[in-house]
Ligand binder design. Structure first.
Ligand code: SF4
Length: 332
């Protein structure tokens, strides 16, 4: 069943130097129990897409969409109160840096109890019992003593577990995890991803994983959306995007995953920088960095073309008569 449905979302920031078109016509959906990945560089629009859904953007952001629904709720008409109820109760959010998301003045126990007291109207005793249960669920060592500790007394991995605990406190239907492991070292990163997957299995929660790291997506998502310049440039099942990618930007992302070659690791960066979204190029946003760009790429946006029920790509290389180029040594 469809949980989140976004059609033709545009988010624009009206600032003194112009209008930043951060999200330009994004269409995506998430079904119940599904784990979907959104991948792209900083500034590609992946986080702004989700913050737009939650109306967690400043006043100078303009959000427009043909459709924006969560379950039966039309989010284009929802009030501020509805959004605040939704956040924490139905949708849990986990951000990159728990130190800036947790309040340094309150203990872990107080912060975990707050959503339960607000959304579930629990008494202090009930909330404390539930918090202990949550701390055990997120495999927090010595839960009783953690209740009384402040965020600065915990390690980075433990703080991220607390953020996940806050996100799942009210048994939400959807967790939006925005770069949840970027600030953590590799071992803790693996533990946090494992914890999210374990929670998903146990609670049947849908997850949207926002990341710049395709490696994170590979471990947990069934569908992937690749964003660039505020648009989705390729989307498909994990298999389609990883084993049969069609967009040169996806190729670049895949090549920038560390690969073992004998004893050496080889990383291939994508040269150039993301487009200026105040005056985005009229054609394909990736054209200035694309080694295969043709004249048409600079003048008109490529259509988002369906290659299967699930695989869609925006690239002129898929046109009949376009030059044949190679990906990973395989001719297209
Ligand atoms: Fe490259 Fe053109 Fe395809 Fe854009 S549309 S990714 S510029 S080939």
């Amino acid at each position: 069943m469809r949980l989140l449905d976004i059609q033709n979302l545009h988010t624009t920031f009206d600032i003194h130097v112009g209008h930043v078109q951060a999200v330009r016509g994004v269409t995506l959906h998430v079904d119940e129990g599904e784990t979907v990945g959104i991948v792209g560089e900083s500034g590609s629009g992946k986080s702004v897409t989700m913050l737009s859904v939650m109306h967690l953007l400043p006043d100078y952001a303009r959000i427009e969409a043909d459709k924006l629904t969560f379950g039966d709720l039309d989010l284009t008409r929802a009030s501020v109160n509805t959004f605040r109820k939704l956040e924490g109760d139905e949708i849990g959010m986990v951000f990159q840096d728990p130190m800036t998301s947790l309040n340094p003045l309150f203990t872990v126990g107080q912060q975990l109890m707050e959503p339960l007291r607000i959304h579930k109207k629990m008494s202090k005793t009930q909330a404390k019992e539930r918090v202990l249960e949550i701390l055990r669920t997120i495999q927090m060592p010595d839960p009783e003593s953690r209740l009384k500790q402040y965020p600065h007394e915990l390690s980075g991995g433990m703080r991220q577990r607390v953020m996940i605990g806050m996100a799942i406190a009210c048994n939400p239907r959807l967790i939006i995890a925005d770069e949840p492991t970027t600030a953590l070292d590799v071992t803790i990163q693996a533990q946090i991803l494992e914890l999210l997957m374990d929670l998903k299995k146990r609670l049947n929660t849908s997850i949207i994983m926002i990341t710049h790291d395709l490696g994170v997506i590979a471990g947990m998502c069934s569908r992937v959306m690749v964003m660039y310049g505020g648009r989705i440039v390729e989307e498909g099942t994990l298999r389609e995007v990883f084993y049969d990618p069609k967009h040169p930007y996806t190729w670049g992302l895949l090549r920038s995953i560390p690969q073992r070659q004998g004893e050496r690791q080889r990383l291939v960066p994508i040269p150039g920088s993301p487009p200026d979204l105040i005056a985005p190029p009229p054609g394909c946003p990736f054209a200035p960095r694309c080694p295969y760009a043709m004249r048409i790429c600079n003048s008109a946006l490529p259509e988002h073309r369906s290659l299967s029920d699930t695989h869609k790509v925006s690239c002129y290389l898929l046109d009949e008569g376009a030059p044949k180029v190679e990906w990973g040594g395989r001719a297209r």
